[in-house]
Design a protein around this ligand. Structure first.
Ligand code: NAD
Length: 342
């Protein structure tokens, strides 16, 4: 399966299917490549990718980092730059981001900034990265004052999505990725199912929706904001937990909260929150905010980079399958969210 994305004056293809990284001819054309990955993915799958690069006659090296959100830090970013310098990566070479969303965001930001930009290939290995983060060009690292505070729009030249790699993904990370799958159904297609067990098809249908938003609004100034459904509250929950909470779990609770808040404010069709919550629960996702550090949550909400410090572009559902963005005082959104916490 193939999706073509045209954004920011760059056209690239997203190649999706089981065994895709072994496909002949995908990596030919690069002289030299640096594979950025984490220790877990390296142990499980790096040999397969390196063998494919060797068959394609690409000279490849690897930069292996400890797993987790910490990859998106200044220190790890500089480790990536050092690896790129050691491998003499230049404008006709490639940085291959081989991992989940954390690797994609950090390696992508390194590719965007190293020597003012070198080609980036995403090889996503989590459901979240395959269905969502590898498409659309958002790359970033975190700052102690906020998640994704330092970032860029930098489209890849290619996305190679091997859905067979998901066979080793822990169950909770599969559920975490399902939050973005269900989100796309909630804001766009109306299909709230987590799929029929065919992960390649689930990835494809979600990636198609994401690609549609990215093409319509590559710089996130209009309709693409709908993809942030659940993310303002979700990011604040992640941050308030010291990033112990998985991204998709935060987004799931954020979506449930926004649907409830929308209903309370008369913006969301009655019954929508209940339908959404039941789909999220069926996918093994949390929907009720519990034991939240209220001060940390409030501080994180106020730092939201999608707002101006006073108002935030809040994404509501009008109904399942249709979203709407409305500017809202950040303090009010925060109070309403905290009102739903147990
Ligand atoms: P992650 O990158 O931390 O990966 C989750 C865990 O799974 C890690 O421990 C990793 O080592 C392991 N793993 C990865 N692939 C595996 C595999 N095939 N088998 C076994 N283990 C595997 O987390 P994530 O959920 O993929 O990404 C979360 C990040 O993505 C957050 O930082 C979030 O901000 C970012 N994000 C970015 C965008 C975007 O558009 N750029 C969109 C959504 C989320």
């Amino acid at each position: 399966m193939r999706i073509s994305v045209n954004a920011d004056n760059r056209e690239y293809s997203v190649q999706i299917g089981p065994g895709m990284i072994k496909e002949e001819g995908l990596f030919t054309g690069f002289r030299n490549a640096a594979v950025v990955t984490d220790e877990t993915v390296a142990k499980l799958h790096l040999d397969t990718l390196m063998a494919a690069l060797e068959r394609a006659k690409v000279r490849a090296s690897s930069i292996i980092l400890p797993p987790g959100e910490e990859i998106k830090s200044r220190d790890r970013l500089f480790d990536i730059y050092s690896g790129l310098a050691d491998s003499l990566i230049g404008p006709s070479d490639a940085v291959i981001a081989f991992g989940g969303g954390t690797v994609g965001d950090a390696a992508g930001f390194a590719a965007a900034t190293y020597r003012r930009g070198v080609p980036l290939v995403h090889c996503p290995t989590t459901l979240l990265a395959q269905a969502d983060s590898s498409i659309g060009g958002k790359v970033a690292i975190d700052h102690p004052r906020g998640k994704n505070l330092i970032g860029a729009f930098y489209q890849p030249v290619l996305v190679v999505t091997d859905t067979a790699l998901l066979s080793t993904l822990p169950k909770e990370h599969l559920s975490s990725g399902m939050a973005e799958v269900i989100k796309c159904g909630a804001i766009s297609s109306g299909d709230l199912s987590a799929g029929d067990g065919d992960l390649a098809h689930t990835v494809y249908r979600t990636a198609m929706i994401k690609a549609g938003y990215v093409q319509a609004d590559p710089r996130d100034t209009g309709i693409r904001r709908e993809l942030n459904f659940g993310h303002t509250i979700g990011h604040a929950l992640e941050r308030a937990s010291g990033f112990a909470l998985l991204h998709g779990f935060g987004v799931s609770m954020g979506m449930a909260a926004m649907a409830r808040i929308g209903q309370d404010m008369g913006l969301t069709e009655p019954g929508t929150a209940e339908r959404l919550i039941s789909a999220l629960c069926a996918a093994g996702l949390p929907t009720q905010m519990e034991n939240v550090d209220r001060d940390a949550f409030r501080a994180a909400m106020l730092m939201d980079k999608k707002g101006d410090g006073e108002t935030v572009n809040a994404v509501f559902l009008k109904r399942i399958g249709q979203a709407a963005v409305a500017a809202m005082p950040i303090g009010e959104l925060c109070d309403r969210a905290l009102g739903l916490c147990r």
